[in-house]
Design a protein around this ligand. Structure first.
Ligand code: AMP
Ligand code: MG
Length: 329
């Protein structure tokens, strides 16, 4: 299959709608990462998404809708705190999980009785969702377990020949996936951290918990148990920059092409040649993380990451991705 990359305009939107209506998949930009979307009402189309990505079939998908879509047709109950959060943060990088009313294909939620719904703020995403005017089930547009894509080129690298169309909406500004928030209980519970933080949610509605999986319990957000976000090269994660530099010189002396990935403050203090600089401040670091992991896999045999010092707010989500990217290597 030929893979077209087209800017979001009337020609590409028409093609996108044709592909979606015929049960195919289209990659599209959002403010977090690129998504790989299909008609959420079609069992076949949704299963096709899993097969394109090689995604485990117990890892549910998020349904994406435009900002005027009537969500009450998809879910059975929206608690008051979720209405408040929607008013404050949507459209934006926050996914809300509700009790489903089972209108979308079963494969979307992988047998769970809940449905994750997201309203992206990216203009290209909104135009695409409005044009097709149906709920679009979409995971990130990468091969399963690889680094999520934040540009059309990243999608092409992973999915060339597997999708017919990539809508190009430029670089994603958010850089990490949406916050996933369970809204089925008395208080909201964060299942995946992201750019809308626990503090922001608690400030808006008075309370917010963070889900921790207990031994022997079925995962409430199955996706979180998988290895994720990994570049195609070796990675190591250090707390301490001095130890990271020692390792850098040891590896370099052994002929291993090594890069240090760190925040701007750390980078300015390093006397090494190969640096992947994530920049300064949590938002910038989040926006750069996947870009730099993908750059790293192109140029390096080994990425040595140094954990940024800041750990609160948006950095909770960044550290979660960084640790998963470097896990078990
Ligand atoms: P991705 O689309 O690759 O960004 O992953 C979607 C994330 O949303 C995964 O971590 C899923 O486990 C989570 N998710 C999707 N649907 C649900 C749901 N119904 N309940 C809980 N988590 C969900
Ligand atoms: Mg993903």
């Amino acid at each position: 299959m030929e893979t077209k990359i087209l800017p979001v305009d009337s020609v590409s939107l028409k093609l996108a709608r044709d592909i979606i209506t015929e049960g195919g998949a289209v990659a599209f930009p959002t403010e977090t990462v690129y998504g790989l979307g299909a008609n959420a009402f079609s069992e076949e189309a949704v299963k096709n998404i899993f097969s394109i990505k090689g995604r485990p079939n117990d890892n549910p998908l998020i349904v994406h809708v435009h900002s005027d879509y009537d969500i009450s047709t998809l879910v059975s109950y929206v608690p008051d705190y979720a209405k408040k959060l929607a008013k404050k943060f949507l459209p934006g990088p926050l996914t809300l999980v509700y009790k489903s009313c089972n209108k979308v294909a079963k494969a979307v939620s992988c047998g769970l009785d809940t449905l994750a719904v997201r309203i992206p703020s990216h203009e290209g995403a909104q135009r695409f969702l409005r044009y097709v005017d149906m709920p679009i089930a979409a995971p990130s547009a990468n091969i399963s377990k690889h680094v999520s894509p934040v540009s059309a080129e990243h999608v092409y690298t992973d999915l060339n020949g597997r999708v017919g169309l990539i809508l190009d909406g430029g670089r994603c500004t958010g850089g990490i996936e949406s916050t996933v928030l369970d809204c089925t209980g008395e208080v909201p519970v964060i299942l995946r951290s992201g750019l809308v933080t626990r503090g922001m949610i608690a400030d808006a509605v008075g309370a917010c918990e963070v889900y921790k999986m207990r031994e022997g319990e079925a995962a409430r957000s199955p996706g979180m148990k998988y290895k994720h976000y990994s570049p195609d090269c070796k990675t190591m994660l250090f707390e301490d920059a001095t130890e990271a530099v020692d390792e850098y010189f040891r590896q370099t002396a052994n002929g291993v092409k090594t890069y240090i990935m760190c925040d701007g403050a750390t980078a300015r203090g390093l006397r090494v040649e190969n640096i992947l600089n994530l920049g300064d401040g949590a938002e910038e670091i989040a926006a750069q993380l996947y870009e730099k992991l993908r750059e790293g896999e192109r140029v390096a045999q080994l990425i040595i990451a140094v954990s940024p010092k800041q750990r609160d707010g948006v950095m909770v989500g960044v550290m979660n991705r960084l640790e998963k990217a470097c896990r078990g290597q």
